[in-house]
Design a protein around this ligand. Structure first.
Ligand SMILES: *Cc1c(COP(=O)(O)O)cnc(C)c1O
Length: 258
């Protein structure tokens, strides 16, 4: 019982503290640029449903998961369905093609942040065609294009030089997808005493490329970058979506890290 109370307090506090830091970083930025307040996606992977209920109870609505099976279980959990009717699930992991039909049918799926090639975009577009008739409020599925800014083999994402082409493909060839912007994971553990994070610089370059090529207002294209260790720096560089896990929910068990 005692432990449970502690857990509740931690998540609520974690959300509030993270929002305060976001607010502060955003306020600094607003002085130089008129940008919307960044969205906090609370990354609840590996964490129990109780913690999601706690976060929701203090107003958090956007939650991120990166394992399909875990997201299926949580999105269909009876407590989530009853108590969190406005929850918005962000899928932030690697989406295999054999899982697509499962994921598009989930209640309250809000966004797939990890569309990294034309094949996945095409498959999602097709899958949404079938389910959208049952979701009259959701004509299109929100997606972000994932870009591999660090060039690491183990990270998914399209090459930065292909970002414009993939954006063009999704916006022109996938009428059931609403491409809201771009995201990167980037190399972990950047040393900020050595200067700005090169992954953030690279993603902002992609953002500028896309905006200038398609004559888009920069505030209309989302930039998802920044995690527990560096979301403040990410916001200072122009992030509009931060994905924060461990500093809200506590550290995760090592073996579940992917
Ligand atoms: C786990 C994860 C996060 C959150 O990482 P923390 O360091 O715990 O904040 C963000 N984005 C992605 C894609 C993740 O897989």
């Amino acid at each position: 019982m005692y432990r449970r109370i502690m857990t509740e307090m931690d998540v609520k506090l974690g959300i509030r503290q993270t929002l305060a830091k976001i607010e502060e970083a955003h306020a600094k930025r607003v002085q130089t640029m008129n940008v919307p307040k960044p969205l906090l996606v609370a990354v609840s992977k590996t964490k129990p449903v109780e913690m999601i209920l706690d976060g929701y109870s203090v107003g958090q609505r956007d939650f991120g998961e990166n394992y399909v099976q875990e997201l299926i279980e949580k999105a269909n959990d009876s407590r989530i369905l009853e108590q969190c009717q406005d929850i918005r699930w962000h899928f932030i992991g690697h989406l295999q093609s054999n899982k697509i039909n499962k994921i598009v049918n989930l209640p309250n799926l809000y966004m797939i942040e990890t569309v990294h090639n034309t094949k996945l975009a095409e498959s999602l577009n097709k899958a949404w065609e079938k389910v959208k008739t049952e979701k009259p409020d959701r004509n299109k599925l929100n997606v972000l294009i994932q870009i591999n800014t660090s060039g690491e083999d183990e990270k998914n994402g399209t090459e930065p030089s292909e970002a414009v082409n993939l954006y063009r493909f999704v916006t022109e060839k996938c009428p059931n997808l609403n491409c809201q912007g771009i995201m990167t994971i980037g190399r972990l553990g950047h040393d900020y005493t050595a200067g700005p994070n090169p992954d953030f610089i690279e993603l902002i370059k992609c953002h500028q490329d896309i905006c200038s090529t398609f004559e888009k207002n920069p505030t209309e294209l989302q930039v998802s970058m920044g995690m527990s260790g560096d979301f403040v720096q990410a916001i200072e560089m122009g992030s509009t979506i931060v994905r924060v896990g461990s500093s809200i929910f506590g550290v995760r068990a090592k073996k579940l890290e992917v």
